[in-house]
Design a protein around this ligand. Structure first.
Ligand code: APR
Ligand code: PHB
Length: 389
């Protein structure tokens, strides 16, 4: 088989890139090691930045999001029993869209299938060959049969545990990592959200977040120990702890119910440089990870897709390699700003085991400065709604 762009992975990064390339007549094949249903079973965050909304419209997959998504003009931040609002719309002129990122992936799969896009599921042993030459190829096997795809370029969209990043020699790669001493215990419940907007809470007992998917599907998180497992937490224990971390007026109106999903996610900041090696381009979680506090995972993958898609379009349509030659530089410039915001927002809202009394005063002063200073709120809002591409 031959294609112009071989795309490793079948998550949102891969599918969005595939869809955009296909619309420009650039042939591509997606190689996913799991099944479609498995990929869609993953619970993901629910906030979409303005840049991703524009990309979804460009990709022709924004219809259901426009109908079913909820535009949020701001967010609430709770601390020591009080709560204040940060008005994104007033401060930046933009909103964010609350719409499950899993639904974005579902919309992308529907579009791929409708267009007859090429995807191979349940592939095994993907290997990327000769990425540092003008004739790369990819091999994989399935059901005992070996397959080879010759291509012009390879897009490594196979997430943090994929093969693409590992294909770049250690002598070339530089990796930067920070792990956080806690996790997020999250539940989904078929209950009405506790508020119309998200509530990020810094409490003496730890971080909590009140989010939602729709008018009768809520998503809640509490900071938990890395040693915890979901089975350590009954629903009743979760609801009790969540209420203790929220302002009284919020806890008093919280509607509880049985969890339909319960999981724990560790928090990590990670970046690999460069995001290009020869004709291999890393995109999304294959290249970087952020703590979920700012919901920047998919949104930062989207800016990678924007730069890579336009670079590939430029080289195929204009014969100009400028976009792909500057891909890593451009993508990383925005990646690092997303990493900074996610790290800052995590530092602002979580309680760290090694925090001194002085550290706690610094955190309280930072929150109070955000509460009282419009410039501080504007800086936060501009990062939250998404910096320009
Ligand atoms: N071969 C083929 N497919 C692979 C391989 C491999 N060796 N390794 C991983 N994959 C597949 C995974 O099964 C997964 O479906 O690659 C896909 C990677 O998808 P994600 O991990 O979702 O990464 P990405 O598409 O970059 O998503 C970015 O989306 O929802 C958010 O928070 C999420 O930050 C994440 C973001
Ligand atoms: C979610 O709804 O899952 C969500 C929302 C905002 C975040 C993280 C997760 O910052």
């Amino acid at each position: 088989m031959r294609t112009q762009v071989a795309i490793i992975g079948g998550g949102p990064s891969a599918l969005l890139l595939s869809q955009l390339l296909r619309l420009r007549g650039i042939d591509n094949v997606v190689l996913e090691r799991k099944t479609r249903d498995y990929v869609l079973s993953r619970i993901r965050a629910g906030v979409l930045e303005r840049g991703l909304l524009d990309l979804m419209r460009e990709a022709g997959i924004a219809g259901r999001m426009e109908r079913e998504g909820f535009a949020h003009d701001g967010t609430l931040i709770a601390h020591e029993g009080g709560m204040f609002h940060v008005d994104f719309r007033k401060l930046t002129g933009h909103s964010v869209m609350v719409y499950g990122q899993t639904e974005v992936t579902r919309d992308l799969y529907d579009a791929l299938e409708k267009a007859g896009g090429k995807i191979e599921f349940e592939v095994e042993g993907v290997e990327i060959h000769d990425a540092d030459t003008d004739a790369p190829h990819v091999t994989f096997h399935r059901g005992g049969t070996e397959h080879r795809i010759d291509c012009d370029y390879v897009a490594g969209c196979d997430g943090f545990h994929g093969v693409s990043r590992q294909t770049i020699p250690l002598s070339v790669r530089r990796e930067y990592e920070k792990t956080y001493p806690f996790g997020w215990l999250g539940i989904l419940s078929e209950t009405p959200p506790v508020d119309d907007e998200l509530i990020y809470a810094n409490s003496a007992r730890g971080f909590a977040l009140c989010s939602m998917r729709n008018a009768n599907l809520s998503r809640y998180y509490i900071q938990c120990a890395l040693s915890d497992s979901p089975s350590d937490w009954t629903d009743a224990a979760f609801w009790q702890e969540l209420k203790r971390r929220l302002p009284g007026e919020v806890a008093g109106r919280l509607v509880t119910g049985p969890s339909i999903e319960k999981s724990i996610a560790p928090l990590r900041s990670f970046v690999t440089e460069p995001m290009r090696w020869g004709r291999l381009f890393l995109c999304g979680d294959a290249a970087h990870i952020v703590p979920p506090t700012g919901a920047k995972g998919l949104n930062t993958a989207a800016s990678d897709v924007h730069y890579l898609y336009n670079g590939l379009r430029q080289v195929y349509e204009e014969g100009d390699p400028e976009g792909i030659d500057r891909y890593s530089e451009r993508a990383l410039a925005r990646v690092w700003k997303a990493e900074r915001f996610s790290w800052w927002f995590s530092s602002l809202l979580h309680r760290y085991p090694d925090q001194s009394a002085f550290d706690l005063r610094m955190q309280a002063a930072e929150i109070d400065f955000l509460r009282t200073n419009e410039a501080a709120q504007k800086a936060m809002a501009e990062n939250y709604v998404g910096l320009p591409y």
